[in-house]
Design a protein around this ligand. Structure first.
Ligand code: ZN
Length: 166
């Protein structure tokens, strides 16, 4: 089967039914199948879903943001953090200037030290997506060579960033 560009709306919930994210109120998201533009477990499970269909997709943690890795929790001196005021549990920091730099979450404060968790906030969480596929078409040769969707939709309009196509 040829690879498709799929455009969809979604609502993402955790196992307790809390809404974590949703495309409601925003343009639908477009992605090229198998290109790593969305989490792999969702990509795989939408392969056989046709345009117009609504479906519920459940993705185990291992196929979403991975299992939690206890080794990713580090203890650092409070003074080394890039903040002036109080540090609070749940606060997040980017570990570098780069937009792609990993984000860590403060999970503990012990005296002048803090515990920083480098796991993705959704690591270890099974995800449930309620998906409405609003469009699906065959990918163009240009999209296949760039490895992402072009054109319509939030995920597809952003070509140019890190892409040599324009
Ligand atoms: Zn491109």
């Amino acid at each position: 089967m040829n690879r498709r560009v799929v455009t969809f709306h979604y609502t993402l919930r955790d196992p307790e039914g809390r809404v974590l994210d949703s495309s409601a109120g925003n343009p639908p998201v477009s992605y090229l199948e198998g290109a790593g533009q969305i989490i792999d477990g969702l990509d795989q499970r939408l392969r056989t879903v046709a345009a117009g269909a609504k479906t519920r997709v459940q993705v185990p943690a291992a196929e979403a943001y991975g299992e939690r890795d206890p080794e990713q929790v580090q203890r650092v001196k409070r003074v080394l953090l890039p903040v002036d005021g109080e540090v609070q549990i749940g606060e997040t920091f980017r570990t570098g200037e780069d937009r792609q730099a990993p984000v860590v979450t403060v999970v503990g404060i012990e005296g002048d030290e803090v515990l920083l968790d480098g796991n993705h906030p959704l690591a270890g969480v099974a995800l449930t997506f309620d998906v409405e596929v609003v469009g699906a078409r065959e990918a163009t040769a240009e999209e296949l060579s760039h490895g992402h969707a072009h054109g319509d939709g939030a995920g597809g309009g952003g070509c140019g960033e890190g892409c040599g196509c324009h």
